[in-house]
Structure formats: structure tokens, C-alpha cells
Design a protein around this ligand. Structure first.
Ligand SMILES: *[C@@H]1O[C@H](CO)[C@@H](O)[C@H](O)[C@H]1NC(C)=O
Ligand SMILES: *[C@@H]1O[C@H](CO)[C@@H](O)[C@H](O)[C@H]1NC(C)=O
Ligand SMILES: *[C@@H]1O[C@H](CO)[C@@H](O)[C@H](O)[C@H]1NC(C)=O
Length: 536
């Protein structure tokens, strides 16, 4: 991919400036010094014109975020279902090998959602979309710290599954496992024996949000794999287009069609997913019909312009606003006026979101802890802090790369660095700068949660317990025997406190989408960065 080769070049350039090669005579040295001055002057002149546009210099790496990224990516290996390949987690093994077989499908891959062993398609697809976005913007940063391969691998482990879960145009299997059966057990995925039913949406029982989120995941992933694996990429795109048409033609929430999903990942609506999916399809195809979809056709209806929201597995509006702002930042010159005006509204709303995040903006949200963490819900509070910080670092980099110097919030002006500093504040809180003086990223630092709510992590590999008697491991006083490396737990209370107990599900359960959002945030912070102007 273009961005990888840029990073590789940066690395090579750094190597060739090895001082040992610098000749022995003083003349040689003088010539080199003068040469260097000329080159520097020339470079500065070029930079004056290019300003913040991307160059091939190797940026200094921030070790803290690089180390954290290396851990965060491992959580996807912790969560993998299926026949494992190059497994990095010693306490994980093959599992879920028969998943999907009752419908003659291979749904063995994919990832377990959180501390249990259900594959919930709605959040899993969101995990993939966020991973794709992270790779597209910050793949060169990941590559610079040798993590890009792991990110590709994790993404593909999910997209392989999603492709198999879409066996015909208007059928999508969105769940493997029954939460009722699964939650009656406390067992390792490697030893589970209960039935693993699969559940679908179809034309009679549609599920717009889950089909659209899956379309977003596959469309964004098609961009990720475009250069390295064009056949796979075009297969992803075909599924994405079909799923979007299915989602849009048969409009209904899966929570309404199939009420039993309301207990887990109940959806509050599908308009946001339709816009999000169409935005990704537009980026993946440059087909104007997807642009018209999010602007003149549905902008008014679904976009909630000028109202700020929190980016999450359930609500993609803020992410859509940032993603569509990208077009204004980098490529709206030839855009027809109508689309342009609507896109400006998305960008305006994205600015309002950013203004809400900046802690000293006149419109700063009050929804944070005394320690400065964005805090929206008791359940899994870190998801919103990390998601907000990810969007902020993206927006900051869009501003930098497009030479947009100022963000105005009710008359006050802010710089890209202000957004970046907000993002850093959230990342640093997660990594240990907080009242508890602990890291919420498992494996990072000297103090992190030891009683993570996670079946596989809490049960010794050689335990002879099964479904029911396994609960003794949930209630055991001992710390987890297996480290759930890279898990980002739910996080602290509003008063910045955290209770490290295994049955404190709201706080101590990790999830794959938490880790995906963290991967995006950390990748953006590894070095002073700018994004590429175009994905294509
Ligand atoms: C359509 O989906 C519903 C809900 O998952 C399921 O009960 C039904 O059997 C499906 N229809 C067909 C024809 O498979
Ligand atoms: C699930 O969401 C729907 C709206 O999509 C709502 O009507 C319903 O009350 C919610 N159910 C639960 C259990 O929260
Ligand atoms: C902080 O909040 C939690 C949850 O609401 C509560 O259990 C705990 O006692 C509070 N701690 C302090 C120090 O106020």
C-alpha cells in the first residue's frame, strides 16, 4: 500500500544516514556539511509550500503509545474463535469449530464479543469498521512499530467471518450462540459444549442497523485490502454493496424484528448506520449515488444536524460526521453545490462535537470525571472516552494535513494541537494518570486490573470444571490465572474509582470494540502525525 511504502522509505532513509559512512577526511566532512545545509534549505523551501502535507521523514516514536498499541492489538488474539493460526496467546486454543454447521455455514472464525463466548454481529462489525478506519489513517504508524501485520490479521479474522455470515443477498447471520445458554455457564470457549444456535435477519425479519454496519465494515475493509489483495477486496465490496441494499430496502430495526436481541446490544435506531455505511461505500467506490444518499436523499431525515452525539457501537453519527468532513477537508472542490452544502453541515456538526470535547471550550461537555475523563455511562464508560479521543485525533490530523489552522467554538479559537492534547489526556488517563494510579489496559504498566470479567482469562487452562461448576472461578478470590493481554476494561466510576472485582461487570468486562477504538487512538498518537489526503 502507498502508505506502507512511505513509512518503509522513511525507515530506509534513517538507516543511510549512519555516521560511520561519513568519510574520513576533513574535506569530505566540509563538503557534507555544506551539502547538508543546501539540502536542508531546499527541504525547508519545499515544506513552506507543502506545509503540513505528508512527507517521508521518520517521525520520532512515542514509546509509551507504541508499547500500549502492541498490547491492545493482542486482545484480538485473546478473542479469536475458530482454528487458530500463529496463536500468540499461550492459554488460547481452537474453539467454536462447529459454529454455523447447523446451517451448513462455516462461522468458526470471528471473535467472541467480551467476557463471554457469543459472537454478536452488530458490535463485531463495528469493531471491524473501526479497525479498518484506524489502518487506513494510521497504517504507516502501525507499520513503523511493526504492528500493521497484526492489525491486518485481526481485521481479516473478522471479515472472513462476516463474508461467510452473508450467504445470500438478503440473509445475514448476525449471531452465533444463545446468550441464555451461554450465560448459564462459566467455561472456557475451548471446552464449551452447549448448543450454538445461529440467528439471521432476512426480508421477513429485517435488521437494518446490523446489515448496514456489516456493509460499513466490509466496505472499509475493501479499502484496506485493495492493493495487497485485490480479489479479496472486491469480494468484500460486493458483499458490502448487497448488504447496504438489503439494509436500505427492508428498513426495520433488528431490535424490533427479533425482540430477543433487546437484552444485548439493543439498537436505538438504524438511520445512523445507513449514513455511516453509505459514507464508507462512497469512500470505497467514489460512486456518487452513495454521496447523494447521505446528502440530498437522507441528510435531513437521519443526520440530526447540529446535534452532538457520542460515538459508539450503537450510534455512528459522530463518526459519520468526522468521516464526511474528510471529504470537505481534502477533496470537495468538484463537488456539486447541493452535496457540498450538506457536507458542510456534517462538518459543522463534527466541529460542534469537537468543541464539546475540548475541556476549556465555551461549549465543553460537563460529562466528565474530576480526573478529566469523558464519562457517559456506568456500563463500560471507557468506550466513550476512547471513542471521543479517537475522533479528536483524527479531526486534529485532518486539520493539520489540510492546513486548517483554526477551529472556532462560540468565538474562541483552537488549534489542532488542542484537540490532540485532549486525545492525549484521555489516553494517558487510560494508561495510568488517574486517581487510582492504575492502567485500565490489561498488561500495561505495573498496576492493571487483575480480576477481569472474562471466562477464558479467569479459568486455569487445566481446570476440570465445565458449564455450571465453572462458576467457582468467577467467584474465586484469586486473580485471573491467564492474563487477558490488551483488554481495555469497562473503566472507572464517575468519582474516578474502580473496583477490581470479577463480578463487577459494568467496570471489569472488556470488549473487542473497546480495543479497536483504543488501537485507533494509540496509532494516532504514536508519533506526530498527519493523515493521507486520500484513501485511493
Ligand atoms: C428469517 O429470520 C427469522 C428471524 O431470525 C427466522 O425465524 C426465520 O426462520 C427466517 N426465515 C427463513 C426463511 O429462514
Ligand atoms: C430496545 O430498543 C428499542 C428501540 O429500538 C426500544 O423500543 C426498546 O424499548 C429497547 N428495549 C430495551 C430492553 O431496552
Ligand atoms: C464512587 O462511586 C462508586 C459507584 O457509584 C461508589 O460505590 C463508591 O463508594 C464511590 N467512592 C467514593 C470514594 O466516593
Amino acid at each position: 500500500m502507498k502508505r506502507i511504502s512511505e513509512a518503509e522509505m522513511g525507515g530506509k532513509q534513517a538507516e543511510t544516514s549512519n555516521p560511520r559512512d561519513w568519510g574520513s577526511s576533513i574535506w569530505c566532512l566540509l563538503v557534507l556539511v555544506i551539502g547538508a545545509l543546501v539540502v536542508t534549505a531546499a527541504a525547508l523551501t519545499i515544506l513552506k509550500y507543502l506545509h503540513f502535507s505528508k512527507n517521508n521523514e521518520a517521525h520520532p516514536i512515542n514509546k509509551k503509545y507504541a508499547d500500549a498499541l502492541e498490547l491492545a492489538l493482542q486482545f484480538f488474539d485473546v478473542q479469536k474463535s475458530g482454528k487458530l493460526v500463529d496463536n500468540r496467546i499461550p492459554w488460547r486454543g481452537d474453539s467454536g469449530l462447529q459454529d454455523g454447521s447447523e446451517e451448513n455455514l462455516d462461522l468458526s472464525k470471528g471473535m467472541y464479543d467480551a467476557g463471554d463466548a457469543i459472537k454478536f454481529g452488530f458490535p463485531m462489525a463495528f469493531t471491524a469498521t473501526v479497525l479498518s478506519w484506524s489502518i487506513l489513517e494510521y497504517g504507516d504508524q502501525m507499520n513503523a512499530v511493526k504492528q500493521l501485520g497484526y492489525a491486518y490479521n485481526s481485521l481479516r479474522w473478522i471479515t472472513d467471518y462476516l463474508i461467510n455470515s452473508h450467504p445470500s443477498e438478503n440473509v445475514l447471520y448476525f449471531q452465533v450462540g444463545d446468550p441464555g445458554l451461554d450465560h448459564k455457564c462459566w467455561e472456557r470457549p475451548e471446552t464449551m459444549t452447549e448448543r450454538r444456535p445461529v440467528t439471521q435477519v432476512n426480508t421477513s425479519f429485517p435488521g437494518t442497523e446490523v446489515a448496514a454496519e456489516t456493509a460499513a465494515a466490509l466496505a472499509s475493509a475493501s479499502l484496506v485490502f485493495k492493493e495487497n489483495d485485490p480479489d479479496y477486496s472486491s469480494s468484500l465490496l460486493t458483499h458490502a454493496r448487497q448488504l447496504f441494499t438489503f439494509a436500505d430496502t427492508y428498513r426495520a430495526s433488528y431490535s424490533i424484528s427479533i425482540p430477543q436481541v433487546q437484552g444485548f446490544y439493543n439498537s436505538t435506531g438504524y438511520g445512523d448506520e445507513l449514513l455511516w455505511a453509505a459514507s464508507w461505500l462512497y469512500h470505497a467506490t467514489r460512486d456518487d449515488s452513495y454521496l447523494r444518499y447521505v446528502t440530498e436523499l437522507n441528510g435531513q431525515r437521519f443526520a440530526n444536524m447540529e446535534i452532538t452525539t457520542w460515538f459508539s457501537w450503537d450510534d455512528k453519527l459522530a463518526g459519520t460526521q468526522v468521516l464526511l468532513s474528510r471529504i470537505i477537508f481534502f477533496g470537495a472542490k468538484d463537488m456539486p453545490t447541493v452535496e457540498n452544502l450538506d457536507l458542510q453541515m456534517y462538518r459543522k456538526t463534527a466541529e460542534l462535537v469537537m468543541c464539546g470535547l475540548l475541556p476549556d471550550s465555551p461549549t465543553a461537555t460537563s460529562r466528565r470525571t474530576d480526573g478529566g475523563l469523558i464519562w457517559i455511562t456506568e456500563w463500560n464508560p471507557l468506550q466513550h472516552a476512547v471513542a471521543s479521543a479517537f475522533l479528536a485525533v483524527l479531526y486534529s490530523d485532518y486539520m493539520l494535513t489540510s492546513q486548517t489552522e483554526t477551529l472556532y467554538c462560540s468565538g474562541n479559537s483552537y488549534k489542532p494541537d488542542d484537540l490532540r492534547n485532549f486525545a492525549i489526556s484521555q489516553a494517558d488517563y487510560v494508561l495510568g494518570e488517574n486517581a487510582m494510579k492504575m492502567s485500565y489496559l490489561v498488561g500495561y504498566g505495573s498496576r492493571y486490573p487483575l480480576y477481569v470479567h472474562h471466562r477464558g482469562s479467569s479459568i486455569p487452562v487445566n481446570a476440570d470444571t465445565s458449564c455450571q461448576d465453572g462458576f467457582k472461578w468467577l467467584y474465586s478470590d484469586d486473580p485471573n490465572p491467564n492474563i487477558a493481554v490488551g483488554a481495555l476494561v469497562g473503566g472507572p466510576s464517575l468519582n474516578d474509582s474502580y473496583s477490581d472485582t470479577r463480578d463487577n461487570v459494568k467496570q471489569s468486562e472488556p470488549s473487542t470494540y473497546n480495543s479497536a477504538l483504543l488501537v485507533g487512538l494509540l496509532s494516532g498518537l504514536i508519533s506526530t502525525s498527519s493523515v493521507v489526503k486520500s484513501y485511493t
